[in-house]
Design a protein around this ligand. Structure first.
Ligand SMILES: [Cu+2]
Length: 436
Protein backbone atom coordinates (compact mmCIF):
# COMPACT_ATOMS: atom_id res chain seq x y z
CA UNK A 1 0.00 0.00 0.00
CA UNK A 2 1.52 3.31 -0.99
CA UNK A 3 1.16 6.51 1.01
CA UNK A 4 -1.77 7.80 -0.96
CA UNK A 5 -3.71 4.57 -0.63
CA UNK A 6 -3.00 4.51 3.08
CA UNK A 7 -4.28 8.05 3.43
CA UNK A 8 -7.44 7.14 1.58
CA UNK A 9 -8.05 4.18 3.88
CA UNK A 10 -7.50 6.29 6.98
CA UNK A 11 -9.85 8.97 5.68
CA UNK A 12 -12.45 6.35 4.95
CA UNK A 13 -12.12 4.89 8.45
CA UNK A 14 -12.41 8.32 10.10
CA UNK A 15 -15.37 9.04 7.88
CA UNK A 16 -17.16 5.90 9.06
CA UNK A 17 -16.27 6.64 12.67
CA UNK A 18 -18.52 9.63 12.66
CA UNK A 19 -16.85 12.87 11.56
CA UNK A 20 -18.84 12.61 8.35
CA UNK A 21 -22.21 11.12 7.46
CA UNK A 22 -22.21 7.49 8.53
CA UNK A 23 -22.82 5.30 5.52
CA UNK A 24 -25.22 2.48 6.21
CA UNK A 25 -24.55 0.28 3.20
CA UNK A 26 -27.03 -2.42 2.19
CA UNK A 27 -24.87 -5.03 3.92
CA UNK A 28 -24.82 -3.12 7.19
CA UNK A 29 -28.56 -2.54 7.12
CA UNK A 30 -29.23 -6.25 6.67
CA UNK A 31 -26.79 -7.15 9.50
CA UNK A 32 -28.33 -4.81 12.05
CA UNK A 33 -31.84 -5.34 10.61
CA UNK A 34 -34.17 -2.55 9.60
CA UNK A 35 -35.49 -2.28 13.14
CA UNK A 36 -32.34 -0.30 13.91
CA UNK A 37 -33.85 2.54 11.93
CA UNK A 38 -36.73 4.61 13.23
CA UNK A 39 -39.96 4.38 11.25
CA UNK A 40 -40.25 6.61 8.19
CA UNK A 41 -43.95 7.48 8.28
CA UNK A 42 -45.57 8.71 5.14
CA UNK A 43 -48.53 10.97 4.36
CA UNK A 44 -50.39 11.22 1.06
CA UNK A 45 -52.70 14.00 2.18
CA UNK A 46 -52.51 17.76 1.70
CA UNK A 47 -54.60 18.40 4.81
CA UNK A 48 -53.10 20.51 7.59
CA UNK A 49 -52.24 18.48 10.67
CA UNK A 50 -53.15 20.37 13.87
CA UNK A 51 -50.11 21.45 15.93
CA UNK A 52 -48.43 18.26 17.12
CA UNK A 53 -47.51 18.42 20.81
CA UNK A 54 -44.14 16.78 21.50
CA UNK A 55 -44.51 13.27 22.91
CA UNK A 56 -40.93 12.95 24.19
CA UNK A 57 -37.85 15.09 24.66
CA UNK A 58 -37.96 18.79 25.62
CA UNK A 59 -41.35 20.53 25.47
CA UNK A 60 -41.97 23.22 22.82
CA UNK A 61 -44.79 25.21 21.18
CA UNK A 62 -45.39 23.30 17.95
CA UNK A 63 -45.76 24.93 14.52
CA UNK A 64 -48.54 24.42 11.98
CA UNK A 65 -47.44 23.55 8.46
CA UNK A 66 -49.83 24.82 5.77
CA UNK A 67 -51.27 21.77 3.98
CA UNK A 68 -48.70 19.64 5.77
CA UNK A 69 -47.51 17.88 8.89
CA UNK A 70 -44.54 17.39 11.24
CA UNK A 71 -42.33 14.32 11.23
CA UNK A 72 -42.52 12.09 14.36
CA UNK A 73 -39.26 10.95 15.95
CA UNK A 74 -38.07 8.47 18.50
CA UNK A 75 -35.66 9.03 21.38
CA UNK A 76 -32.73 6.65 21.48
CA UNK A 77 -29.95 6.96 24.07
CA UNK A 78 -30.42 10.72 24.28
CA UNK A 79 -30.65 11.21 20.51
CA UNK A 80 -33.76 12.41 18.70
CA UNK A 81 -33.97 10.18 15.64
CA UNK A 82 -35.91 11.08 12.50
CA UNK A 83 -36.16 9.14 9.25
CA UNK A 84 -36.66 10.89 5.90
CA UNK A 85 -37.26 8.92 2.73
CA UNK A 86 -36.52 10.73 -0.54
CA UNK A 87 -38.96 9.44 -3.13
CA UNK A 88 -41.33 10.15 -6.02
CA UNK A 89 -44.67 11.52 -4.79
CA UNK A 90 -47.98 12.75 -6.10
CA UNK A 91 -49.13 16.13 -4.79
CA UNK A 92 -52.52 17.69 -5.33
CA UNK A 93 -51.61 21.30 -6.24
CA UNK A 94 -55.26 22.36 -5.80
CA UNK A 95 -58.50 20.47 -6.43
CA UNK A 96 -58.42 19.68 -10.16
CA UNK A 97 -54.69 19.26 -10.55
CA UNK A 98 -52.23 16.69 -9.28
CA UNK A 99 -48.50 16.82 -10.01
CA UNK A 100 -45.88 14.08 -10.11
CA UNK A 101 -43.06 15.46 -7.99
CA UNK A 102 -40.17 14.27 -5.86
CA UNK A 103 -40.28 14.83 -2.12
CA UNK A 104 -39.95 13.11 1.23
CA UNK A 105 -42.21 10.66 3.08
CA UNK A 106 -45.03 10.79 0.57
CA UNK A 107 -45.18 14.57 0.16
CA UNK A 108 -43.73 17.61 -1.49
CA UNK A 109 -42.64 19.48 0.51
CA UNK A 110 -41.44 16.88 2.98
CA UNK A 111 -42.74 16.91 6.55
CA UNK A 112 -41.62 19.71 8.86
CA UNK A 113 -38.85 18.67 11.24
CA UNK A 114 -39.25 20.24 14.67
CA UNK A 115 -36.57 20.07 17.32
CA UNK A 116 -35.27 22.08 20.24
CA UNK A 117 -32.06 24.03 20.80
CA UNK A 118 -29.67 21.67 22.59
CA UNK A 119 -31.19 18.53 21.03
CA UNK A 120 -28.85 15.94 19.62
CA UNK A 121 -30.53 14.87 16.39
CA UNK A 122 -29.80 11.95 14.11
CA UNK A 123 -31.63 12.13 10.81
CA UNK A 124 -31.60 9.00 8.66
CA UNK A 125 -32.10 9.64 4.95
CA UNK A 126 -33.12 6.73 2.73
CA UNK A 127 -32.87 7.36 -0.99
CA UNK A 128 -35.64 5.82 -3.10
CA UNK A 129 -34.97 8.09 -6.09
CA UNK A 130 -33.44 6.84 -9.33
CA UNK A 131 -30.34 9.03 -8.75
CA UNK A 132 -28.15 10.00 -5.82
CA UNK A 133 -29.19 12.73 -3.43
CA UNK A 134 -28.08 14.44 -0.19
CA UNK A 135 -29.74 16.66 2.38
CA UNK A 136 -28.40 20.11 3.23
CA UNK A 137 -29.58 21.64 6.53
CA UNK A 138 -29.95 25.27 5.46
CA UNK A 139 -28.78 27.69 8.17
CA UNK A 140 -27.82 25.09 10.76
CA UNK A 141 -24.41 25.32 12.47
CA UNK A 142 -22.88 21.84 12.28
CA UNK A 143 -19.73 19.89 11.43
CA UNK A 144 -18.74 20.51 7.80
CA UNK A 145 -19.10 16.81 7.04
CA UNK A 146 -22.80 16.99 7.94
CA UNK A 147 -23.60 19.92 5.65
CA UNK A 148 -24.80 17.78 2.77
CA UNK A 149 -23.07 19.20 -0.31
CA UNK A 150 -22.37 16.29 -2.67
CA UNK A 151 -18.72 15.88 -3.46
CA UNK A 152 -17.68 18.65 -1.06
CA UNK A 153 -18.95 17.31 2.28
CA UNK A 154 -19.92 13.72 1.48
CA UNK A 155 -20.46 11.34 -1.42
CA UNK A 156 -24.03 11.37 -2.78
CA UNK A 157 -26.41 8.89 -1.15
CA UNK A 158 -26.80 6.27 -3.90
CA UNK A 159 -30.28 4.96 -4.80
CA UNK A 160 -31.38 2.32 -2.29
CA UNK A 161 -28.95 3.43 0.45
CA UNK A 162 -29.44 5.12 3.82
CA UNK A 163 -27.11 7.73 5.36
CA UNK A 164 -27.32 9.27 8.81
CA UNK A 165 -26.71 12.93 9.65
CA UNK A 166 -25.91 13.86 13.25
CA UNK A 167 -25.71 17.25 14.89
CA UNK A 168 -26.36 19.01 18.16
CA UNK A 169 -28.49 22.13 17.77
CA UNK A 170 -26.63 25.20 18.99
CA UNK A 171 -29.28 27.74 17.90
CA UNK A 172 -33.03 28.25 17.55
CA UNK A 173 -34.95 29.68 14.62
CA UNK A 174 -36.39 28.99 11.18
CA UNK A 175 -34.49 26.83 8.72
CA UNK A 176 -35.10 24.41 5.88
CA UNK A 177 -33.73 21.26 4.33
CA UNK A 178 -33.20 20.49 0.65
CA UNK A 179 -30.84 18.43 -1.55
CA UNK A 180 -27.40 19.68 -2.60
CA UNK A 181 -27.21 17.07 -5.37
CA UNK A 182 -28.43 17.60 -8.93
CA UNK A 183 -30.13 20.63 -7.41
CA UNK A 184 -31.68 22.11 -10.52
CA UNK A 185 -33.61 18.88 -11.05
CA UNK A 186 -34.27 17.90 -7.46
CA UNK A 187 -35.57 21.30 -6.35
CA UNK A 188 -37.54 21.81 -9.59
CA UNK A 189 -39.19 18.50 -8.67
CA UNK A 190 -40.21 19.73 -5.20
CA UNK A 191 -37.61 18.35 -2.78
CA UNK A 192 -37.58 20.56 0.32
CA UNK A 193 -38.96 20.84 3.83
CA UNK A 194 -39.13 23.21 6.79
CA UNK A 195 -36.81 22.75 9.75
CA UNK A 196 -37.84 24.56 12.93
CA UNK A 197 -35.59 24.72 15.96
CA UNK A 198 -37.51 25.87 19.03
CA UNK A 199 -35.78 27.81 21.83
CA UNK A 200 -34.70 25.74 24.82
CA UNK A 201 -36.80 28.04 27.02
CA UNK A 202 -40.37 27.73 25.62
CA UNK A 203 -41.22 31.15 27.10
CA UNK A 204 -38.80 32.84 24.65
CA UNK A 205 -40.29 34.05 21.36
CA UNK A 206 -43.62 32.60 22.45
CA UNK A 207 -46.59 33.10 20.12
CA UNK A 208 -50.17 31.80 20.07
CA UNK A 209 -50.06 30.54 16.47
CA UNK A 210 -46.95 29.63 14.53
CA UNK A 211 -47.47 28.87 10.83
CA UNK A 212 -44.84 27.76 8.33
CA UNK A 213 -44.52 27.17 4.61
CA UNK A 214 -41.97 27.08 1.79
CA UNK A 215 -42.31 28.71 -1.60
CA UNK A 216 -41.58 26.62 -4.67
CA UNK A 217 -42.33 27.04 -8.37
CA UNK A 218 -43.05 24.48 -11.06
CA UNK A 219 -43.41 24.41 -14.80
CA UNK A 220 -46.12 21.89 -15.60
CA UNK A 221 -47.80 22.15 -19.01
CA UNK A 222 -51.60 22.12 -18.89
CA UNK A 223 -52.77 18.55 -19.45
CA UNK A 224 -49.55 17.01 -18.06
CA UNK A 225 -48.45 16.00 -14.55
CA UNK A 226 -44.67 16.14 -14.45
CA UNK A 227 -42.64 19.28 -13.73
CA UNK A 228 -40.21 20.38 -16.45
CA UNK A 229 -36.80 20.58 -14.82
CA UNK A 230 -34.83 22.77 -17.23
CA UNK A 231 -37.04 25.84 -16.92
CA UNK A 232 -35.03 28.91 -15.85
CA UNK A 233 -37.56 31.72 -15.62
CA UNK A 234 -40.91 30.80 -17.11
CA UNK A 235 -42.54 28.84 -14.30
CA UNK A 236 -46.34 28.63 -14.42
CA UNK A 237 -47.14 27.43 -10.89
CA UNK A 238 -46.16 29.61 -7.92
CA UNK A 239 -46.81 27.62 -4.80
CA UNK A 240 -46.79 27.67 -1.01
CA UNK A 241 -45.99 24.17 0.17
CA UNK A 242 -46.63 22.90 -3.36
CA UNK A 243 -50.20 24.26 -3.32
CA UNK A 244 -51.82 27.19 -5.14
CA UNK A 245 -54.93 29.24 -4.37
CA UNK A 246 -57.64 28.12 -3.78
CA UNK A 247 -55.84 25.04 -2.46
CA UNK A 248 -53.70 26.82 0.18
CA UNK A 249 -54.90 26.57 3.79
CA UNK A 250 -56.28 29.76 5.27
CA UNK A 251 -54.41 31.18 8.26
CA UNK A 252 -57.10 31.10 10.93
CA UNK A 253 -56.43 33.21 14.04
CA UNK A 254 -58.23 34.34 17.16
CA UNK A 255 -58.55 38.09 17.69
CA UNK A 256 -55.68 39.23 19.94
CA UNK A 257 -53.40 36.30 19.11
CA UNK A 258 -49.70 36.89 18.64
CA UNK A 259 -49.00 35.16 15.32
CA UNK A 260 -45.81 34.07 13.60
CA UNK A 261 -45.58 33.05 9.95
CA UNK A 262 -42.33 31.39 8.92
CA UNK A 263 -41.73 31.32 5.18
CA UNK A 264 -38.81 30.21 3.03
CA UNK A 265 -38.11 30.75 -0.65
CA UNK A 266 -36.71 27.95 -2.82
CA UNK A 267 -37.98 29.32 -6.13
CA UNK A 268 -35.73 31.07 -8.66
CA UNK A 269 -37.02 34.59 -7.94
CA UNK A 270 -37.93 36.83 -5.00
CA UNK A 271 -41.41 37.14 -3.50
CA UNK A 272 -42.64 40.32 -1.79
CA UNK A 273 -45.15 38.85 0.64
CA UNK A 274 -47.92 41.29 1.51
CA UNK A 275 -50.41 41.03 4.37
CA UNK A 276 -53.57 43.15 4.42
CA UNK A 277 -55.28 44.71 7.45
CA UNK A 278 -52.40 44.92 9.93
CA UNK A 279 -48.69 45.51 10.29
CA UNK A 280 -46.01 42.95 11.04
CA UNK A 281 -42.31 42.86 11.82
CA UNK A 282 -39.58 40.50 10.68
CA UNK A 283 -38.76 38.68 13.92
CA UNK A 284 -36.36 36.14 12.47
CA UNK A 285 -34.32 35.19 9.45
CA UNK A 286 -32.46 32.00 8.59
CA UNK A 287 -29.55 33.62 10.47
CA UNK A 288 -31.50 33.71 13.75
CA UNK A 289 -33.79 36.04 15.69
CA UNK A 290 -33.86 39.77 15.00
CA UNK A 291 -33.27 41.80 18.15
CA UNK A 292 -36.50 43.64 19.14
CA UNK A 293 -34.82 47.06 18.83
CA UNK A 294 -33.78 46.25 15.27
CA UNK A 295 -37.29 45.46 13.96
CA UNK A 296 -39.48 47.89 12.06
CA UNK A 297 -43.14 47.78 11.02
CA UNK A 298 -43.98 46.56 7.52
CA UNK A 299 -46.90 45.29 5.49
CA UNK A 300 -44.76 43.69 2.77
CA UNK A 301 -41.57 41.73 3.21
CA UNK A 302 -39.46 40.61 0.30
CA UNK A 303 -38.25 37.04 0.67
CA UNK A 304 -35.28 36.63 -1.63
CA UNK A 305 -34.15 33.34 -3.14
CA UNK A 306 -32.74 31.02 -0.52
CA UNK A 307 -34.00 33.16 2.37
CA UNK A 308 -36.31 32.49 5.25
CA UNK A 309 -38.33 35.13 7.07
CA UNK A 310 -40.32 34.74 10.27
CA UNK A 311 -42.82 37.59 10.49
CA UNK A 312 -44.83 38.31 13.64
CA UNK A 313 -47.96 40.36 14.22
CA UNK A 314 -50.77 41.00 16.66
CA UNK A 315 -54.00 39.74 15.11
CA UNK A 316 -55.81 42.91 16.18
CA UNK A 317 -58.18 43.41 13.23
CA UNK A 318 -61.14 41.05 12.76
CA UNK A 319 -61.95 40.17 9.16
CA UNK A 320 -60.91 38.28 6.04
CA UNK A 321 -57.56 39.65 4.92
CA UNK A 322 -55.67 38.77 1.76
CA UNK A 323 -52.11 37.51 2.16
CA UNK A 324 -50.18 37.08 -1.06
CA UNK A 325 -47.08 37.60 -3.15
CA UNK A 326 -47.24 41.10 -4.62
CA UNK A 327 -45.90 40.06 -8.03
CA UNK A 328 -49.23 39.87 -9.81
CA UNK A 329 -48.10 37.05 -12.09
CA UNK A 330 -47.43 34.98 -9.01
CA UNK A 331 -51.10 35.08 -8.02
CA UNK A 332 -52.10 33.42 -11.27
CA UNK A 333 -52.38 29.77 -12.28
CA UNK A 334 -51.26 28.16 -15.57
CA UNK A 335 -54.17 28.47 -17.98
CA UNK A 336 -54.55 31.68 -19.95
CA UNK A 337 -51.10 33.28 -19.84
CA UNK A 338 -50.81 33.11 -23.63
CA UNK A 339 -54.03 35.10 -24.19
CA UNK A 340 -53.11 38.31 -26.09
CA UNK A 341 -54.14 41.71 -24.71
CA UNK A 342 -57.48 42.46 -26.41
CA UNK A 343 -58.58 45.33 -24.17
CA UNK A 344 -60.60 47.78 -26.28
CA UNK A 345 -60.65 45.56 -29.38
CA UNK A 346 -64.15 45.03 -30.74
CA UNK A 347 -64.16 41.30 -31.40
CA UNK A 348 -67.84 40.87 -32.33
CA UNK A 349 -67.22 40.34 -36.04
CA UNK A 350 -64.36 37.94 -35.35
CA UNK A 351 -66.60 36.02 -32.99
CA UNK A 352 -69.26 35.66 -35.68
CA UNK A 353 -66.85 34.32 -38.27
CA UNK A 354 -65.10 31.93 -35.86
CA UNK A 355 -68.44 30.71 -34.45
CA UNK A 356 -69.27 29.33 -37.89
CA UNK A 357 -66.21 27.08 -37.65
CA UNK A 358 -66.18 26.50 -33.85
CA UNK A 359 -69.67 26.62 -32.37
CA UNK A 360 -69.57 28.01 -28.85
CA UNK A 361 -66.36 30.02 -29.46
CA UNK A 362 -66.15 32.98 -27.15
CA UNK A 363 -63.99 36.07 -27.38
CA UNK A 364 -62.06 37.10 -24.29
CA UNK A 365 -60.34 40.07 -22.79
CA UNK A 366 -62.25 42.92 -24.42
CA UNK A 367 -62.86 44.60 -21.05
CA UNK A 368 -59.75 43.29 -19.27
CA UNK A 369 -59.38 39.73 -18.08
CA UNK A 370 -61.52 39.65 -14.94
CA UNK A 371 -64.17 37.69 -16.83
CA UNK A 372 -61.81 34.76 -16.63
CA UNK A 373 -62.43 34.62 -12.88
CA UNK A 374 -65.93 33.23 -13.29
CA UNK A 375 -65.56 31.64 -16.70
CA UNK A 376 -66.39 27.99 -17.04
CA UNK A 377 -64.06 27.62 -20.01
CA UNK A 378 -63.35 23.96 -20.80
CA UNK A 379 -59.84 23.19 -19.54
CA UNK A 380 -57.47 20.42 -20.56
CA UNK A 381 -57.43 17.61 -18.01
CA UNK A 382 -55.28 18.24 -14.91
CA UNK A 383 -54.71 21.98 -14.94
CA UNK A 384 -56.15 25.06 -13.22
CA UNK A 385 -57.75 28.24 -14.56
CA UNK A 386 -55.58 31.36 -14.39
CA UNK A 387 -57.90 33.09 -11.90
CA UNK A 388 -60.17 31.20 -9.60
CA UNK A 389 -61.63 30.90 -6.09
CA UNK A 390 -65.00 32.07 -4.87
CA UNK A 391 -65.56 34.49 -2.00
CA UNK A 392 -68.79 35.71 -0.39
CA UNK A 393 -69.02 38.55 -2.93
CA UNK A 394 -68.12 36.54 -6.04
CA UNK A 395 -65.02 35.27 -7.85
CA UNK A 396 -61.75 36.22 -6.10
CA UNK A 397 -59.85 36.16 -9.44
CA UNK A 398 -56.63 34.83 -7.96
CA UNK A 399 -54.41 31.79 -8.14
CA UNK A 400 -50.86 30.91 -7.12
CA UNK A 401 -49.37 32.48 -3.99
CA UNK A 402 -52.54 33.78 -2.39
CA UNK A 403 -54.47 32.84 0.71
CA UNK A 404 -56.70 34.38 3.35
CA UNK A 405 -55.84 35.44 6.89
CA UNK A 406 -59.03 34.99 8.91
CA UNK A 407 -59.15 36.81 12.24
CA UNK A 408 -62.18 36.09 14.41
CA UNK A 409 -63.15 37.13 17.94
CA UNK A 410 -64.96 33.85 18.58
CA UNK A 411 -62.29 31.45 17.25
CA UNK A 412 -61.29 29.09 20.08
CA UNK A 413 -57.63 28.88 21.15
CA UNK A 414 -55.91 26.13 19.14
CA UNK A 415 -58.86 25.86 16.76
CA UNK A 416 -57.64 26.01 13.16
CA UNK A 417 -60.93 25.00 11.55
CA UNK A 418 -62.39 27.25 8.86
CA UNK A 419 -64.83 29.77 10.39
CA UNK A 420 -66.32 30.57 6.95
CA UNK A 421 -66.39 34.06 5.45
CA UNK A 422 -66.31 37.13 7.69
CA UNK A 423 -69.63 38.54 8.77
CA UNK A 424 -68.89 42.24 8.15
CA UNK A 425 -70.68 44.51 10.66
CA UNK A 426 -73.44 46.53 9.06
CA UNK A 427 -72.22 49.70 7.37
CA UNK A 428 -68.58 48.52 7.02
CA UNK A 429 -68.62 47.21 3.42
CA UNK A 430 -67.89 49.41 0.38
CA UNK A 431 -71.22 50.26 -1.19
CA UNK A 432 -72.69 51.48 -4.43
CA UNK A 433 -73.59 55.14 -4.51
CA UNK A 434 -77.08 55.91 -5.72
CA UNK A 435 -76.69 58.53 -8.45
CA UNK A 436 -80.33 58.61 -9.57
CU1 LIG B 1 -43.94 35.95 -6.00
Amino acid sequence: MNNNEQKKMTNRRQFLKGAGAAALGAGLVSRVSLAALPESPSSMSATMEPPAEPTSGRWYNPVVTLNGWSLPWRMKNGWKEFHLTAEAVEREIAPGMTARLWGYNGQSPGPTIECVEGDKVRIFVTNRLPEHTTVHWHGIFLAAGMDGVTGLNQPGIPPGKTFAYEFELKQSGTFMYHPHADEMVQMAMGMMGSLVVHPKNPELHKVDRDFCFLMSSYDIDPGTMTAKVNTMTDFNLWTWNSRVFPGIDHLVCRLGDRVRVRMGNLTMTNHPIHVHGLKFEVAGTDGGWVRPEARWPEVTSDVAIGQMRAIEFDADAPGDWAMHCHKSHHTMNPMGHSVPNMIGVDQREVQQSISKLLPGYMVMGERGMADMGDMTMPLPANTLPMMTGEGQFGPIEMGGMFTVLKIRADQKPNDYSDPGWYDNPEGTVAYEVDLS
